[in-house]
Design a protein around this ligand. Structure first.
Ligand code: NOJ
Length: 541
């Protein structure tokens, strides 16, 4: 199927989106870094044939030229591909090969800041009178050599860097190698919007916007008020360094560009934990979706997930469409490691069922379909500056290890030296082995995605929780006019009967899928009988 010519609507609402951390997915040339040809060679794993995972869209981490101070999130040229990842024609080939396999492609756009090696910044820092000076946020210091205000970098330390040549400070919310752009300068905005068109014209189907709600800062740069907190960044109320109202006008312009093309969509990475804030950025003249990351903070307790779902549903009521994520390249811990314990595969299947059966768009992180855990790393093996700074409390590197394809050296990821160590357990846990095993995590993901694809209730139905005070399990209903789905999840390793809120729930349900091969799940007397760590989807209608 060629998705671009198909009339399928709202792929971003009904589909499943797969997040590829490009440098860790598949290396084609033995330099130890994943690349575009490597990804293209592995597209059949993801979709385009009956044995594939079956997702609908890919989100590719930034492939642009970058000095990699923040591993691609410091862009040095927005109109090109880093030669280590391939070429623009490889990128065009990726789009056409993905489309042939029924998948859309979303590109990561990191436009809050550039690299300090971007030509715009190199010009900007040459003199106070350079035409590009105002493309970034330059300010004089306060008296006695103090920076312009008290704003902190989220990666640690002061957010202002002194420039000896021009005797001013520039602002960087992240690393000092990532100077923030001045979104209030119309020339900056124009250049960025033209760049958005450049990629849309190449056939990109959408974008993941990196920290879009940081684009604007208060024009007067006042100090943030102080608050109690454990480290610099959390010791302030961030009233002035992000979430400024001017954002809405910029989002509306961005959205109007997308809407001038057919079926394009954007999901925003909302900076900050509050789902209400994330919801405020969704809508017809804003983003299609914004992430709320509450699931990535939930302990393995049904009540915690229920609370996060209820908050997200409430926040989005009438304004937006939910999306859910359990792991990504910024979270210090993949969920297989966060929750796995003694029963990693069983837990991975319950988590997958939750992610893929809620009302909303599921985002999978590469490798979660085989239950990939975090790779254990010593401090000396860390590359990410944030991981090095906060080790052992936080290591983003641990969740970014190479994909485990098969049992050949380096898990089939590279013939060279992988940029990060491969997990030593790859001989047992890899794609090839799990494809052969009908009871594997991979087989379960594939079956679940197939079920989701053919079920209107799962793709479009309303959501009603059925367990208001859950202790060991969760249940909820998904209802479309033509079909209903009832999902039951046992978070524990003991069989039990999950009491539903409504005694009168009908009993003529058929099991469509269970995570247990010997399931005896049944709905009777207002209860669901569940086996150990069982995830079950019943259908009716
Ligand atoms: C969010 C990205 O996901 C993260 O990886 C990056 O370090 C920061 N934004 C800065 O771009």
């Amino acid at each position: 199927m060629n998705v671009v010519n198909s009339s399928a609507s709202l792929w971003w609402r009904e589909g499943v989106i797969y997040h590829i951390y490009l440098r860790s997915f598949a290396d084609s040339n033995g330099d130890g870094l994943g690349d575009l040809p490597g990804l293209i060679a592995h597209l059949d794993h993801i979709n385009g044939n009956p044995d594939a995972l079956g997702v609908d869209a890919l989100w590719i981490s930034p492939p642009y030229p970058s000095p990699d101070k923040d591993f691609g999130y410091d862009v040095a040229d927005y109109h090109n591909i880093d030669p280590r990842y391939g070429t623009l024609s490889d990128f065009d080939r990726l789009i056409s090969e993905a489309h042939k396999r029924g998948m859309r492609v979303m590109l990561d756009l990191a436009i809050n800041h550039t690299s300090d090696l971007h030509p715009w910044f190199l010009e900007s820092r040459t003199s106070r009178h350079n035409p590009k000076r105002d493309w970034y946020l330059w300010r004089d210091g306060r008296s006695s050599g103090r920076p312009p205000n008290n704003w902190q970098s989220v990666f640690g330390g002061c957010a202002w860097e002194w420039d000896q040549t021009t005797q001013q400070y520039y602002y960087h919310m992240f690393l000092k190698g990532q100077p923030d752009l001045n979104w209030r300068n119309p020339a900056v905005r124009k250049a960025l919007m033209e760049m958005v068109r450049f990629w849309l014209d190449r056939g990109v189907d959408g974008f993941r916007l990196d920290v879009f709600n940081l684009w604007f800062k208060h024009p007067d740069f006042p100090d943030n008020p102080r608050r109690l907190g454990v480290r610099g960044f959390s010791r302030q109320h961030h009233l002035h360094d992000y979430d400024q109202p001017e954002m809405f006008d910029a989002l509306a312009e961005f959205r109007s560009i997308l809407d001038a093309y057919s079926q394009r969509a954007a999901v925003g990475e909302t900076f900050g934990p509050d789902p209400w804030r994330a919801a405020s950025y969704c809508g017809d003249d804003k983003l299609h979706m914004a992430f709320s990351f509450e699931f990535t903070e939930c302990p393995w307790q049904p009540a915690a997930f229920l609370k996060a779902i209820q908050r997200w549903e409430k926040a989005l009521e009438g304004v937006g469409w939910p999306c859910y994520v359990l792991s990504n390249h910024d979270r210090p811990c993949r969920h297989a490691s966060r929750y796995g314990g003694r029963y990693p595969d069983a837990v991975a299947k319950v988590a997958a069922t939750l992610l893929l059966t809620l009302r909303g768009t599921p985002f999978l992180y590469y490798g979660e379909e085989i239950g990939m855990p975090n790779v254990p790393l010593r401090r000396s093996q860390l590359l990410d500056p944030v991981s090095r700074r906060y080790w052992p409390f936080l290591s983003r590197d641990s969740g970014r290890a190479p994909m485990q394809w098969n049992t050949s050296p380096n898990a089939g990821f590279t013939t060279g030296k992988p940029w990060l160590p491969v997990h030593p357990g790859y001989h047992e846990r890899n794609v090839a082995a799990q494809r052969e095993d009908p009871l594997s995590v991979f087989s379960f993901y594939r079956d679940l995605i197939r079920l989701r694809r053919r079920s209107l209730a799962l793709r479009k139905g309303s959501y009603t929780p059925l367990t208001s005070h859950p202790t060991r399990g969760l249940a909820y209903l998904r209802e479309a006019p033509e079909e209903q789905a009832l999902i039951g999840l046992n978070f524990s390793h003991r069989p039990f009967r999950l009491r539903l809120d409504y005694d009168l729930i009908a009993e003529d349900w058929a099991v469509a899928l269970s995570s247990l091969s010997d399931s005896t799940a049944v709905i009777a007397g207002g209860e669901i009988k569940l086996g150990p760590h069982e995830a079950v989807v019943f259908l009716r209608g």
